[in-house]
Unconditional design. Sequence first.
Length: 77
Amino acid sequence: MQINTLSIAPVVTDTAAYLATYNLAEQRARVSDFDVHVIRNGDGSYWYVDEGDYACELGEFEDRIVHTLCGRMSGLY
């Protein structure tokens, strides 16, 4: 049985990129009043945006949001 490692490698790379971005987004969500979204680009890369960022227009990329983390600062602290 032969395993084609070329078909497996992109999945591992994509997952690693997602998890790295997710971890950064999670850190940001801990100190934000707003939701933080992880967005996937067409080239397979990921980035995150805080809804409270200046001039954040969700309509531009709402179809590419792969995960949303709720902001955890409620103003009670």
